[in-house]
Design a protein around this ligand. Sequence first.
Ligand code: 5RP
Length: 234
Amino acid sequence: MKTRADLIQEAKKNAALEAVKHVKDGFIVGLGSGTTVAFAIEALGERIKSENLKIMGIPSSYQAFQLAVQYGIQLTTLDEHPLIDVTIDGADQITPKLYLIKGMGAALAREKIVAAASKYNIIIADESKRVNVLGENNQVVPIEVLPFALSLVKSKIMVLGGIPVVREGKGKLGPIVTDNGNVIIDANFGLIQNPQDLAIKVKMIPGVVETGFFTGLTDIAYIATESKVEKIQK
Ligand code: 5RP
């Protein structure tokens, strides 16, 4: 008997396998972060072995870097290849308009840079990430912040109507530190009717490096269950 956790893993893999079909020989591929993307990186590794697919990856995090190495994906940098053919990434919430909240893996800043450098962005997720309005189910918005600015950013988020919580590490005392040496504030804004407007206001706070709002960046989302994959297009 399969558990709910098994079914979610199957759903993530199904979405990843659809996304990987977009990757062609010679592509520069942006590698997002998270447990769903891990399936895509593994599948790319399998295509490299079975089809002799020639690609180069640009990882958005230390996790993606390690997985790319593990699955034999040759790596490059944005300095060498400033234009990425396709990026595959996960998400924490996805609306029908393809507005996203990302960053529960604390990789949002590099993920957004990789997405902005991409000709085509594909988001992959299991069904649980689908919402009508961002912020449903008390989903927080991850915000990467310079440690020096932490108090200021917390107070400005409260002025914008959010409840800020500094993300604590697991297996480590104190706040988590991102791949860029910064900290993460998880801000609960309740239901977010206008994410583009709020994203600009949060990004304008001095000390905010990046927000987990991804609006207008995604071309396609593959949202899967264990038995089917739905494609949502812009
Ligand atoms: C990391 C991210 C991830 O893509 C997002 O958290 C989804 O992760 P998962 O596929 O593990 O649910 O934004 O910063």
